[in-house]
Design a protein around this ligand. Structure first.
Ligand code: GLN
Length: 484
């Protein structure tokens, strides 16, 4: 059961071959068995999930209509709102906060009869690349328990990799879906900006982020995307794409596909063995009829700096609302409101979040605004334009997802710059707004390597198609971590 794909599970539940309740029980049993070691989940909602499962089983018994996710368990990142369920962004400051509404993605999953199992660990407010910046402590990589699962959606990725859930949702502001997907050897997709509603996603940097699907196979990832994508009147940045995402276009057929391979994304800091694995996959695609060309995208060398100025600026503004009055935690403080406010923020936020609020506030302050924030916006346009012109000549852009295999817990967390450097290959895509997927492409000494495919606005089908070709050749989904 634990090895079945979401598409198979849903079909079996719909056709009465297995009960949704049994499916749910099996996955919670797996959680009970391995999550003490992995620590992917921060909150389980078993009672609700079982109620849902029973409702679905009754519908099956009455031969009623069921949705595309009938009975499929799904893990959700701890920054996506479920009505009445505590959500904390892995931060002390939100402790006890229960949103009064469902995020649109949650409502869409429920409408297709998917079952949410619980919320997964993450870097506090999605700030990080390792899931170590969490008030709950780190999640561990199922492939090697002393290493990080990547971040910030590390709990979601680890849950899927360790067979605790067939599907998960993450959010990706600068790589937070693709990084942990690469480090845990699963598939993770950041949709085109505006393709998936952010209503009910607790904001970090609104102009960069999207919620996206994570799964063990490309097909499952595509299925979940097809359910959450599309315009939502509650998020005015969403649109109905020119052509709606069509699952049937994801066939793994790459004959004639034109691939750009930018040398900047194999730059300094890229471990040669990672580059080697990615190149092997590119040559595989060539054998299957794709054509590649090495190219240069000179503006990419500014991407990391640009990203961090914009992300921190937006974060400093978005996180101003946590004042101890409206949400969650309030410190015990005497005196006027400003003392309560300061003490709440001092005790409630972790060190990385504070660092970013301070830097972001500085970048936006009078006198420095033009020098940092405005300049970053201009460079962002250059990067975006470079992507658009590259994607006129080529169908997709391929690179490593991460420059190295998963690193050890504790290795980088005290050195923020070395952590930020991990994001060099993922952030450009968020600045440009285009979609990108990470697909497993190899292992180095037992540690996963991911390959990133980026493509044109709203052409998720095209990048998933290339990812599927790689998956079909390498079949890495059949490899399992030994955590037991
Ligand atoms: N690691 C990046 C950051 O810390 C990306 C995080 C994300 O995508 N949420 O900002």
């Amino acid at each position: 059961m634990l090895r079945l794909r979401a598409v198979e599970l849903a079909r079996m539940v719909r056709e009465g071959e297995v009960k949704a309740e049994e499916v749910i029980e099996a996955f919670y049993e797996r959680v009970a068995k391995v999550d003490g070691k992995v620590r992917a989940f921060v909150r389980l909602i078993k009672e609700r999930a079982l109620e849902e499962a029973r409702r679905i089983d009754q519908t099956v018994a009455k031969r009623g209509r069921l949705g595309k996710l009938a009975g499929v368990p799904i893990a959700i990142k701890d920054n996506i709102c479920i009505k009445g369920v505590e959500v904390t962004c892995a931060s002390k400051i939100l402790a006890g906060y229960r949103p009064p509404y469902d995020a649109t993605v949650v409502a869409r999953i429920k409408a297709e009869d998917g079952i949410i199992m619980g919320l997964t660990n993450m870097d506090e407010f999605a700030m990080g690349s390792s899931t170590e910046n969490s008030a709950y402590g780190p999640t561990r990589n199922p492939w090697s328990l002393d290493r990080v699962p990547g971040g910030s959606s590390g709990g979601s990725a680890a849950a899927v990799a360790a067979r605790m859930a067939p599907l998960a949702l993450g959010s990706d502001t600068g790589g937070s879906i693709r990084c942990p997907a690469a480090f845990c050897s699963i598939v993770g997709l950041k949709p085109t900006y505006g393709h998936v509603s952010r209503y009910g996603l607790i904001a970090y940097a609104c102009s960069l982020e999207q919620i996206g699907p994570m799964a063990r196979t490309v097909e499952d990832c595509a299925l979940l995307l097809s359910i959450i994508a599309g315009r939502d009147p509650k998020d005015s940045t969403t649109v109905n794409p020119p052509r709606p995402f069509n699952l049937s276009e994801v066939k793994g057929e790459v004959k004639g596909v034109r691939i750009a391979v930018p040398k900047e994304l194999f730059g300094e800091g890229t471990e040669p063995r990672v580059a080697e694995e990615v190149w092997k996959a590119i040559h595989l695609l060539e054998e299957l009829g794709a054509k590649y060309e090495e190219v240069s995208m000179p503006s990419l060398k500014y991407a990391l700096a640009t990203y961090y100025v914009i992300a921190m600026s937006e974060a400093s503004s978005n996180l101003a609302r946590y004042d101890g009055v409206r949400y969650g935690f309030r410190a015990n403080a005497e005196g006027d409101w400003s003392k309560v406010y300061s003490k709440t923020r001092e005790e409630g936020f972790g060190p990385e979040v504070k660092r970013r609020i301070i830097l972001g506030t500085f970048a936006l302050s009078a006198g420095y605004y033009g020098r940092y924030y405005l300049k970053a916006l201009k460079v962002r346009s250059l990067i975006r334009n470079e992507y658009l012109s590259m994607l006129k000549k080529f169908d997709v852009i391929i690179s490593p997802t991460m420059p190295t295999p998963p690193f050890e817990i504790g290795e980088k967390v005290e050195d923020p710059l070395s952590m930020y450097m991990m994001d060099v290959d993922t952030v450009p895509v968020n600045l440009a707004g285009v979609p990108a997927v990470s697909v497993p492409c190899g292992f180095i000494d037992g540690l996963p390597v991911g390959l990133q495919v980026a493509g044109r606005f709203f052409e998720e089908a095209a990048i998933l198609n290339v990812a599927l070709a790689i998956e079909t050749e390498l079949k890495l989904y059949s490899k399992e971590p030994e955590v037991a």
